[in-house]
Design a binder for this molecule. Structure first.
Ligand SMILES: NC(=O)C1=CN([C@@H]2O[C@H](COP(=O)(O)OP(=O)(O)OC[C@H]3O[C@@H](n4cnc5c(N)ncnc54)[C@H](OP(=O)(O)O)[C@@H]3O)[C@@H](O)[C@H]2O)C=CC1
Ligand SMILES: O=C(O)C1=N[C@H](C(=O)O)C[C@H](O)C1
Length: 237
């Protein structure tokens, strides 16, 4: 496959390495310093774009790829206020794959989190909160993964109906505490605590290879497809 990478930072470089190992060609690399090269013309002949940039540039990058008729896989977080507009382009025949986290482990953790929230629905002595820890360069908070985890709790627990960044005193709100520390690739802790004990589940990424591998699998899935896709379509969870 001919892949274009938009964003050649920590994730872009991991994705390049895995793509080459799997026999793909990186036919175009767009980064901050050559953004002007992201044109419909330069995307001719590209099978799929993999986009990992930042919250401010992602949406415009998707639009250029859609105009070129090239499907996009994106892991950029912090742009979801534009999600409805992206979905409406997908209804018009464009192809888009988004995951707040592409790693297999986190997607299994998403399912575990939902099951635990369902189980806790019958036990009101337990309250829940979340902590996410990432490297100091991360621009958005809470992390995209934390938001997906919060959604998993809100949809499966009768008491929680919103989340808040920081500590909450309201029973209906789920607290998400975001910490930034050194080079941490990504750690998420969900804790259900009562007056006598606590149950904690944790996902800790050791490096970025799991994220990058999932993004390349998603890219292999996309050519020829139109519509909006996510990890559920890929992993059949
Ligand atoms: N879904 C998932 O599984 C994962 C998602 N992420 C998300 O992916 C995104 C990128 O993460 P990461 O690679 O660690 O971040 P980096 O900052 O290391 O890389 C982002 C790159 O994008 C470049 N860039 C900025 N603006 C543009 C633009 N308009 N066009 C092209 N390139 C641009 C940056 O250039 P410059 O440095 O010069 O600004 C930088 O090289 C983040 O939103 C992060 O949250 C990260 C890991 C996993
Ligand atoms: O910025 C990061 O690094 C990460 N971002 C994603 C997120 O916001 O959840 C995924 C992963 O946690 C790493």
């Amino acid at each position: 496959m001919k892949i274009a990478l938009i964003g050649y930072g920590k994730m872009g470089k991991e994705i390049e390495s895995i793509s080459l190992d799997r026999g793909h060609e990186i036919a175009l690399i767009i980064d901050q310093n050559n953004q002007a090269d992201l044109t419909v013309d330069n995307l001719k002949g590209i099978d799929v774009v993999i986009e990992f940039t930042n919250p401010d540039s992602a949406y415009q990058n998707y639009m250029t790829c859609f105009d070129a008729g090239v499907p996009v896989v994106s892991g950029t977080t912090g742009w979801l206020d534009q999600l409805d507009r992206v979905k409406s382009r997908c209804e018009d025949g464009k192809g888009f794959f988004y995951a707040s986290n592409f790693s297999l482990g986190v997607n299994l953790f998403f399912e575990l989190n939902k099951k635990l929230a369902q189980l806790m629905s019958g036990f009101d002595q337990y309250d829940v909160d979340m902590e996410e820890i990432h490297h100091i360069h991360k621009l958005d908070s809470p992390s995209g993964t934390a938001l997906t985890l919060a959604e998993g709790v809100l949809e499966n627990h009768p008491v929680k109906n919103s989340w808040i960044e920081g500590l909450s005193t309201k029973a209906s709100e789920m607290s998400i505490v975001a910490k930034r520390h050194g080079a941490v690739p990504g750690t998420h802790n969900i804790t259900w605590h009562s007056e006598v004990d606590e149950i904690q589940i944790q996902h800790q990424a050791y490096n970025r290879k799991g994220f990058a591998f999932g993004a390349v699998l998603a890219a292999e899935f996309m050519p020829g497809k139109s519509g909006y896709f996510g990890m559920k379509d890929l992993l059949k969870l």
